[in-house]
Ligand binder design. Structure first.
Ligand SMILES: Cc1cc2nc3c(=O)[nH]c(=O)nc-3n(C[C@H](O)[C@H](O)[C@H](O)COP(=O)(O)OP(=O)(O)OC[C@H]3O[C@@H](n4cnc5c(N)ncnc54)[C@H](O)[C@@H]3O)c2cc1C
Length: 367
C-alpha cells in the first residue's frame, strides 16, 4: 500500500521540525531554497559570534538525523495548484518539477532584512552571507541599530559586549523597546544594555531609506525631528517583514499575503493544507513558530489522514523567550509574564542542547 505523501514547503525552523516528526510514518518531501537549516533566531549572536551561533542555529540537512528519511528537494517553489493538489518547484539546475501531495504544510516563513531572504542559495553562498555581515560589523568603529524588537535589542547588546571599544547605539520610536513582551522585560533588558555601554535612544522614528536589506552607512534622519545620526554601520531591524507566499494559491491568503490558518493550523476551505510558522496568520502575533506548535501540527496531520478531529493551540498574548541568546555563562529566558530566569551553561549544554534540541527536536545531530 502506498503511504500518504506529505509535502513540506519550506525547510526552515518549523518545516524541519515538522518533517522530522512525520518522517518514517509518511512519504515526506521537503522543499527548500537553502541546503541547510538557517535559523531566524538570535540575530545578535549570528552577527557578532557567527561560529558560536552556528553550533545551535545553522545545520546542514545531512547533519540532521531526523531528516534521513525525508526526500529533500533543493529548489524554489513557484506555483500551487490547490484543486489538483500539487506544487511546482524550479530546481537548482533550472528544471521544473511538480510535487503532488495528500497533505501540504506551508512553512516558507517571511523575508526580513538581509538575514532572512528566501532566494535560492548554495551552502557556500549561505556561509559567505553570514561571514560578510559579521566582517562588515567587526570593521565598523560605530554601530547604529534601528528598531525596538528582540532582534534589534539583542544585536545592540551583543555588539557592545563583543566589541567594547565600539560605539553602539539603539534607536526606537516608542518610549520603550520590546513592546510585544511583558513590560517588565524591557526594564530588565534596559539595565543590561546600559551596563554594556549601549546608547539608548527612545522616541526616534527613522526615515526609512528605499534599501534596508543590507548594512548601510548613510546618515540616518528622523521624522521625530532629532539631528541626523552618522554611524559606520547602520543595521535596520525594524520588523519590516513580508510573507514568502508569491507561489501560494491566492485563495488561501489574507489581505497582507499571509496564509489563513486556524489555531489548529489547518487552512480553512483547503482540504489537506496546513500552515505553520511566521507565514501562518493564526493569531495577531503569528506565534505558531514558537510554543512547540510543530508537535501539534504533526499530530493534526496524522488526525487529518486518519479522519480524527484536530486540536488547537493556545496562542500567548505576549512574546517570550531569550533576547540576547546563549552566552558563555548560560541562557537568560523571559516568560510571557515577564519573569526572568537564567539557565547556567552546564545544564544548557547537557539538558537543553543535547537532550531537548539535538535529540528531541532533530533526533540527533552529526557534528
Ligand atoms: C524551537 C524554537 C524556539 C524559538 N524561540 C524563539 C525565541 O526565543 N524568541 C523569538 O523571538 N523567536 C523564537 N522562535 C521563532 C523564530 O525566531 C522564527 O519565528 C522562526 O525562525 C520562523 O520559522 P519559520 O519556519 O516560519 O521560517 P524560516 O525559518 O524562515 O523558514 C522558511 C524557509 O522557507 C524557505 N523558503 C522561502 N520561500 C521559499 C520558496 N519559494 N521555495 C522554497 N523555499 C522557500 C526559506 O529559505 C526558509 O528556509 C523560535 C522558534 C523555534 C522553532
Amino acid at each position: 500500500m502506498t503511504r500518504p505523501r506529505v509535502v513540506i514547503a519550506g525547510l526552515g525552523e518549523t518545516g524541519v521540525l515538522t518533517a522530522v516528526r512525520l518522517a518514517g510514518r509518511y512519504d515526506v518531501v521537503g522543499i527548500s531554497t537553502k541546503p541547510s537549516l538557517v535559523s531566524g533566531q538570535e540575530l545578535g549572536l549570528r552577527l557578532t559570534r557567527p561560529q558560536w551561533w552556528a553550533r545551535d542555529y545553522h545545520h546542514s540537512f545531512e547533519a540532521l538525523r531526523g531528516l534521513d528519511r525525508v526526500r529533500r528537494v533543493h529548489g524554489t517553489l513557484t506555483g500551487h495548484d490547490l484543486a489538483g493538489r500539487s506544487v511546482t518547484v524550479t530546481l537548482a539546475d533550472g528544471r521544473t518539477v511538480e510535487e503532488p501531495y495528500d497533505v501540504l504544510v506551508i512553512s516558507t516563513g517571511v523575508s526580513n532584512g538581509f538575514w532572512r531572504r528566501p532566494g535560492l542559495e548554495s551552502a557556500d553562498e549561505v556561509a559567505a552571507g553570514i561571514d560578510d555581515a559579521h566582517r562588515r560589523l567587526a570593521a565598523a568603529g560605530s554601530i547604529a541599530v534601528v528598531g525596538g524588537g528582540a532582534a534589534a535589542v539583542g544585536t545592540a547588546w551583543n555588539a557592545a559586549r563583543v566589541w567594547p571599544d565600539k560605539r553602539v547605539d539603539l534607536f526606537f520610536p516608542g518610549e520603550v523597546a520590546l513592546p510585544e513582551h511583558h513590560r517588565r522585560v524591557w526594564t530588565r533588558v534596559r539595565g543590561e544594555l546600559e551596563a554594556a555601554g549601549v546608547g539608548i535612544h527612545p522616541g526616534h522614528r527613522a526615515v526609512v531609506p528605499a534599501e534596508i536589506d543590507r548594512i548601510t552607512d548613510d546618515p540616518v534622519s528622523w521624522s521625530t525631528g532629532q539631528d541626523d545620526v552618522h554611524s559606520d554601520a547602520v543595521l535596520w531591524a525594524i520588523g519590516r517583514t513580508s510573507p514568502n507566499t508569491g507561489w501560494v494559491a491566492p485563495e488561501i491568503l489574507d489581505e497582507a499575503g499571509y496564509v489563513r490558518a486556524g489555531l489548529d493550523l489547518a487552512v480553512p476551505g483547503a482540504d489537506g493544507v496546513f500552515a505553520i510558522g511566521d507565514v501562518a496568520a493564526t493569531d495577531p502575533l503569528r506565534s505558531s513558530a514558537r510554543n512547540f506548535t510543530f508537535k501539534l501540527l504533526a499530530r493534526n496531520v496524522r488526525a487529518h489522514l486518519e479522519g480524527r478531529p484536530l486540536k488547537a493551540f493556545q496562542p500567548p498574548k505576549r512574546r517570550w523567550g531569550s533576547v540576547n541568546g546563549y552566552q558563555d555563562d548560560g541562557l537568560v529566558v523571559f516568560t510571557a509574564a515577564g519573569q526572568r530566569f537564567r539557565i547556567p551553561r552546564l545544564p544548557v549544554d547537557r539538558m537543553v542542547r543535547a537532550r531537548v534540541v539535538d535529540r528531541g527536536y532533530y533526533r540527533g545531530i552529526r557534528r
